[in-house]
Design a protein around this ligand. Structure first.
Ligand SMILES: C[S@@+](CC[C@H](N)C(=O)[O-])C[C@H]1O[C@@H](n2cnc3c(N)ncnc32)[C@H](O)[C@@H]1O
Length: 220
């Protein structure tokens, strides 16, 4: 088992502004660990996390896959970009954090280049008016079905992923897995559930999207 990244440099004052890792974060880490062999066999060159928060997820990915890969991450919250850089550095991972809305600043430069993409989005069902902030509220406010932020990213997944690339998305039941699978199928992706876990009132899952025709990662 890979240790969870050290985030002891973050204090409660940081968590006033940046999402504190919680069960959803840890479910994503567990899913990535479960996928470790698959991910290593992909031989990734570029990994991208959308919604860095504390940086714990991309740092974990960096520990899993090593230094032969470029790690890029985005957040709309400038404080998250700052602390995620510290988290990566503290754990020996080199991260390029970018303050931007979803992946705007990376398009089209990274089109077709991203081998592994991860997103633990603001997934909570809230009134639409709560969506669109750049502070801590951006961590959870997901609008209708908790999908308003995620849905804006989906068209970019097809543009960004390399031919054999994989996209991992954390969802709750209310985000409607079957509808997400239908939307992604229309742009050529198949969906599998890597992991599911109940945490209090939330039923969390990590979905994995790969192209129907994507080459299988070589065994190894
Ligand atoms: C649930 S938190 C996850 C943080 C971290 N990845 C984790 O798992 O602990 C969602 C993150 O997405 C960021 N976010 C929300 N809307 C965004 C947007 N439009 N573009 C980029 N990041 C966004 C939030 O600021 C927050 O850091």
């Amino acid at each position: 088992m890979l240790p969870t990244p050290d985030i002891s440099h973050l204090a409660s004052a940081d968590y006033q502004n940046v999402y504190e890792p919680a069960e959803d974060s840890f479910v994503l880490l567990d899913a990535l660990e479960k996928e470790a062999e698959y991910l290593k066999n992909l031989g990734p060159s570029v990994c991208l996390e959308v919604g860095l928060g504390s940086g714990i997820c991309v740092t974990f990915l960096g520990q899993l896959l090593g230094s032969g890969c470029l790690y890029v991450g985005t957040d709309i919250n400038p404080q998250a970009a700052k602390v995620s850089h510290q988290t990566a550095q503290r754990n020996g991972v080199s991260l390029e954090p970018v303050i931007t809305d979803l992946v705007s600043a990376l398009s089209p430069r990274l089109h077709g280049c991203v081998d592994v993409m991860i997103f633990n989005p603001p997934y909570v069902v809230t009134p639409s008016e709560e969506v669109g902030g750049t502070g801590i509220e951006a961590s959870w406010a997901g609008g209708i079905k908790g999908r308003e932020v995620t849905d804006r990213l989906l068209p970019d997944v097809n543009k960004l992923l390399s031919p054999g690339g994989a996209f991992y998305l954390l969802i709750i039941k209310e985000n409607d897995k079957d509808d997400l699978a239908r939307v992604m199928k229309s742009s050529g992706f198949s969906t599998t559930v890597v992991l599911s876990r109940r945490s209090g009132p939330e039923f969390l899952s990590v979905l994995k999207f790969v192209r129907h025709s994507s080459p299988k990662a070589p065994d190894g």
